[in-house]
Design a protein around this ligand. Structure first.
Ligand code: HEC
Ligand code: HEC
Ligand code: HEC
Ligand code: HEC
Length: 233
């Protein structure tokens, strides 16, 4: 077999082995999600997560950086030790790359929808299809199908990846590069999931019609839906 054929065979084998989300393109970016979820998108855009990349620029948040022993005059936007937690899907298929698209078509230079909900390449089409089925036949689609397509409902784990990655953190999966903003720098950086998930740091919550059902139902679902806003017509 020549090299080209060998490469093609290797690529085909990788496609088979890769999870559905990768085969379908990995990260798709904020704008794909907000085509359908515009209201969540609007309130997300006002959050610190949406603006997280800005903090890496020279002279942004100078006082905070000094306190964490960082150089306020330095541009950290191309620094591999920083961008992982201030962007979406860093180094992964379809995700942010150093020097890549910050505010462009995919808006990957932010802690976007997929940082918490998982890479959308495999499941975004499932949402639209399930809605049609729900409208036409009144039938809900099992949420399990979304998990199989790469959607995540383990929000506590998603937050921990960024908020609890430092030496001595209670999060067992903590690994470098670590966040410079730890409770040792200032007690306000102590991350408590139960409190944090209930703040406006995420986005406003809107009533769901029940297009999906069954496990896994996130622990916060019932409470959030009880207080959720009505979707505008
Ligand atoms: C084609 C339109 C469409 C696109 C694109 C889309 N969604 Fe959805 N999504 C829906 C619909 C419809 C529902 C069901 C809403 C309901 O039950 O009222 C849904 C449900 C959800 C839910 C709740 C699922 C549950 O547990 O019931 C989340 C979270 C979500 N979408 C996030 C995303 C994210 C993140 C993206 C981008 C990667 C995305 N969606 C892309 C239409 C879409
Ligand atoms: C492991 C993930 C992670 C890495 C790596 C990381 N950060 Fe962050 N960064 C965070 C989190 C989480 C916060 C929010 C902390 C909070 O408000 O509790 C944050 C907040 C910040 C803030 C705002 C602090 C404030 O008080 O407003 C700045 C500035 C910042 N990071 C810069 C950097 C720089 C520069 C680097 C690289 C040297 C870096 N970060 C690396 C996760 C990370
Ligand atoms: C991809 C990394 C990442 C993930 C995942 C993530 N965060 Fe953050 N979060 C950040 C960064 C970075 C900041 C600081 C943004 C800045 O000011 O530059 C932040 C800021 C915050 C803040 C402070 C907001 C403010 O207004 O000061 C809260 C609260 C927060 N996050 C809660 C959460 C919760 C809850 C989750 C999980 C459901 C979560 N975050 C998931 C990276 C992340
Ligand atoms: C920092 C983490 C985080 C980010 C970023 C985030 N979400 Fe969410 N999202 C959540 C959590 C937590 C819930 C509550 C889950 C539940 O009720 O089951 C949620 C719920 C939802 C729901 C269900 C209905 C609702 O309003 O509660 C949709 C739809 C959704 N998100 C879409 C999006 C879209 C679109 C974006 C990007 C514009 C986004 N999310 C960004 C954490 C996040």
């Amino acid at each position: 077999m020549n090299r080209l054929l060998l490469n093609a065979a290797a690529a085909a084998a990788m496609l088979i082995a890769a999870p559905a989300s990768y085969a379908a393109g990995g990260y798709v970016g904020v704008r794909t999600c907000t085509k359908c979820h515009d209201v969540q998108g609007e309130s997300w855009a006002e959050t610190a997560h949406a603006k997280a990349f800005e903090s890496l620029k020279a002279n942004a948040k100078a006082e905070e950086k000094k306190k964490a022993k960082l150089d306020p005059a330095k541009d950290y936007t191309n620094d591999k030790d920083c961008v992982g937690c201030h962007s979406t899907g860093f180094g992964q298929a379809g995700g942010f790359a150093v020097g890549g698209d910050v505010g462009g078509q995919k808006q990957l230079g932010s802690v976007g929808c997929e940082s918490c909900h998982g890479p959308g390449g495999g499941y975004r089409d499932e949402h639209g299809k399930a809605e049609k089925k729900h409208k036409k036949e009144g039938q809900a689609t099992p949420r399990k199908a979304l998990v199989a397509a790469g959607q995540s409902f383990d929000y506590e784990k998603a937050c921990a990846t960024c908020h609890l990655s430092y030496k001595g953190s209670p999060h067992k999966g903590a690994k470098p590069p670590f966040t410079p903003f730890t409770p040792e720098v200032d007690a306000k950086y102590k991350f408590e999931y139960d409190k944090a998930v209930r703040t406006k740091a995420l986005h406003e919550h809107y009533k769901l019609k029940g297009v999906f059902d069954g496990d896994p139902v996130p622990a916060v679902r019932a409470e959030f839906q009880k207080n959720a806003k009505e979707l505008p017509e």
